[in-house]
Design a protein around this ligand. Structure first.
Ligand code: 5GP
Length: 197
């Protein structure tokens, strides 16, 4: 049974746990291709170039924009992030399902270009929990956390443009729900060629 790959986009506000959900999903599903983003953010301790991100300087990133190498790109809290286009399109063409974990601005760009994708919004249980998570992960300054929480209110309004909403109040449950969405989407009749079954 040969079909084009399905594009899955996981997105949501900063600190909602989408990166953790992505990592957990990859351990459970070995048939998803994960897009590695480019960013101008400096690597955090332990992060590896080409595995966690392609770490670029401003000039390199701008060159990629000029050469139209991104499926989408956005400025997320002072840094630029973008999804390299060829990796996504080539894998979809080969029939491989591709997973993107990107911010909401980026997801909205992808939705415009590829509305046939499956868009999953990871929703925080409440603002207090989100605030606790942002503080607890120790990646951001107080100023930056305040900024992210203020942006979050606006970002939550975008949930209505997605196909699915998963509330991340319990990580295991959120991972199972996201996996269930992927499994169910793969069974949709539009992807299945009944003639060859
Ligand atoms: P971090 O710097 O903590 O790894 O990621 C910061 C934010 O950037 C997260 O919300 C993450 O989802 C988002 N992000 C990561 N890669 C991309 C990308 O390629 N495009 C966009 N638009 N956002 C991204």
């Amino acid at each position: 049974m040969r079909r084009r790959g399905i594009l899955f986009v996981i997105s949501g506000p900063s600190g909602v746990g989408k990166g953790t959900i992505r990592e957990a999903l990859l351990k459970r599903m070995d048939d998803l291709k994960v897009s590695i983003s480019a960013t101008t953010r400096p690597p955090r301790p332990g992060e590896v170039d080409g595995k966690d991100y392609f770490f670029l300087n401003q000039e390199q990133f701008k060159k990629m924009i000029e050469e139209d190498n991104f499926l989408e790109w956005a400025k997320v809290y002072q840094n630029l992030y973008g999804t390299p286009r060829d990796f996504v399109l080539e894998n979809l063409e080969k029939g491989q399902d591709v997973l993107l974990e990107i911010d909401i601005q980026g997801a909205m760009q992808v939705k415009n270009k590829m509305p046939e994708g499956v868009f999953i919004f990871i929703y925080p249980p409440d603002i207090a929990t989100l605030s606790k998570r942002l503080c607890g992960r120790g990646k951001d300054s107080i100023e930056s956390i305040k900024h992210r929480l203020a942006a979050c209110e606006e970002e939550l309004k975008h949930a209505k443009y997605y196909d699915y909403v998963v509330v991340n109040d319990d990580l295991d449950v959120a991972v199972k729900k996201t996996e269930a969405i992927i499994i169910a989407e793969r069974c949709r009749i539009k992807y299945i060629d009944l003639e060859v079954m």
